[in-house]
Write a protein that binds this ligand. Structure first.
Ligand code: HEM
Length: 456
């Protein structure tokens, strides 16, 4: 018998396609508009909550209402698969394809069940000392009055935390190998560049740089895996878990699957959190009242000691700052899906194979759900406000079966790193409050994020 809750109520074949601008002949070309992702989606949204548009010959359908987003991500998730730019030659150029982010079906399910063991509340709590210690070490490296570049420094920090907590590895000397690979991947995915729309084998400079950087990274990771295999001791970190695992049928993860998990976690786990920290420090630097309030909260809760996991319940304002940062500046700025059958959304026909975008960057700034949506106002996150918010009006970590596996890790990391930084230094941005963005794989600031640090 068909499951009534997941069956569309009308025959989708009889429905009209969603409305939308056929092309976007505004202010120059579509590419120009892609440089301003927020304005781009705002323009698309003028046509409704389910809208089609075209970019570089590909038709997309933007889904802009929380109830419909819930259907795609959660209640009807089996009608939609993750889309990673395959028709454009694959955004990830085939790298990490056996890792959790890019696998599908049974292979994904098996991996997710296994990897979840590294993200239980108890495991995450065991990582928190490393989170604070690595933050203190990074702050130590800053001189009083020095100008730092926030995206570089936060990326260094979150990579240190991730490799130490999850893999028990020290990649310090080889950090540039990881950074070069992440930068090359973002450059390839950047909607401004032609490479984003070409197969990865076309030898553009961006593609050549990507292959060189990823080959170096794969070589490094294979060496690290071999080292760990040779090490007889049983660690309880994620890498040891991946190497030791045996499923019910006695199978283990292939060498390639282990390597691709490392690639996946190195990328998915460090840059997103680094961007969130960058944007939080930027916003706090331009909202000094909020920063002062935060510092007072931290001092009264921690009494000057490093924050610990037991303080988190009392760091209410800190949590609100993190939530507001992820609302205004969602590092994963949109989620992409592809329909695996013809279906209906919002009264429109969504043909089999349609590519859907679910843009947090727009929904999180929708004035139907957020009064004064462009303002950075952490105090809006009261319990009453959260209760009144439709569930998928806020989804920085996605939702449904494929929601971010690192969500709790990231929230605790952000809620521990921010107090550690703010108790030691003030961070004053050099540039103004308004930011321009680049949309690579993540939401990047278009310009350097210089800031001056002063010891407190
Ligand atoms: C502020 C930080 C982070 C944000 C905003 C973020 C956001 C997201 C989002 C939106 C998704 C779902 C994508 C989709 O449905 O297509 C996702 C998936 C994922 N994230 Fe995160 N993430 C963050 C931190 C992390 C961390 C710290 C880790 C690892 C330690 C991580 C690992 C992953 C993985 C492996 C997936 C794929 C899960 C699956 O498909 O089963 N993320 N993340």
């Amino acid at each position: 018998m068909a499951n009534a809750s997941t069956t569309p109520t009308r025959d989708p074949e009889a429905l009209p396609l969603p409305p939308g601008p056929d092309e976007l002949p505004v202010i120059g070309s579509t590419f120009d508009l892609m440089r301003r992702p927020i304005e781009f989606v705002d323009r698309v949204a003028e046509y409704g909550d389910v809208v089609t548009y075209r970019v570089a010959g590909q038709r997309f359908t933007a889904v802009l209402h929380p109830d419909r987003i819930e259907r795609v991500l959660v209640s009807e998730s089996d009608r939609f698969r993750r889309w990673a730019g395959e028709e454009w030659g694959d955004t990830f150029a085939g790298y990490g394809s056996e890792g959790l982010l890019l696998t599908e079906g049974e292979q994904w399910r098996r991996q997710r069940l296994l990897i979840q063991n590294a993200f239980t509340p108890a495991r995450i709590e065991s990582y928190t000392d490393a989170m604070v210690a690595e933050t203190e070490r990074t702050i130590e490296e800053w001189d009083d009055g020095e100008t730092i570049e926030l995206t570089d420094e936060t990326s260094k920090l979150t990579l240190r935390i991730l490799t130490r907590a999850l893999f028990d590895l020290d990649l310090e000397e080889r950090r540039t190998v990881v950074r070069r690979a992440a930068d090359a991947l973002n450059a390839r995915a950047n909607a401004r560049s032609l490479s984003a729309f070409l197969p990865s084998w076309v030898p553009t400079p961006t593609n050549r740089r990507l292959h060189r950087a990823m080959d170096d990274l794969e070589t490094l990771l294979e060496a690290l895996i071999a080292e760990r295999r040779a090490d007889a001791s049983d660690g309880d970190d994620l890498l040891s878990l991946l190497l030791a695992v045996e499923t019910d049928d006695g199978s283990t993860l292939s060498e390639r699957e282990v390597r691709d998990q490392l690639i996946t976690f190195l990328f998915a786990g460090h840059e997103t959190t680094a961007l969130a920290l960058t944007y939080a420090l930027h916003a706090l630097g331009h909202h000094t009242d909020t920063r002062r309030r935060l510092s007072e909260e931290i001092a009264s809760v921690t009494g000057g000691d490093p924050p610990s996991v037991s303080d988190l319940g009392d760091l209410t304002h800190t949590e609100r700052v993190v939530k507001e940062t992820l609302r205004l500046y969602p590092p994963a700025y949109a989620i992409f899906r592809q329909a695996t059958e013809t279906t209906e959304i919002g009264g429109y026909r969504i043909p089999d194979g349609s590519k859907l975008t679910l843009p947090q960057i727009r929904v999180h700034r929708d004035r139907r759900f957020y009064p004064d949506p462009e303002a950075f106002r952490p105090e809006r996150w009261t319990e009453a406000f959260e209760d009144s918010l439709p569930e998928y009006a806020y989804f920085p970590f996605g939702g449904g079966p494929r929601h971010c596996i690192g969500m709790r890790f990231a929230m605790i990391e952000l809620e521990l790193v921010l107090p550690t930084v703010l108790s030691a230094v003030t961070v004053d941005p050099v540039g103004g409050p308004d930011l321009a963005f680049e949309t690579g794989i993540t939401l990047q600031p278009a310009d350097p994020m210089d800031a001056v640090v002063h010891e407190r």
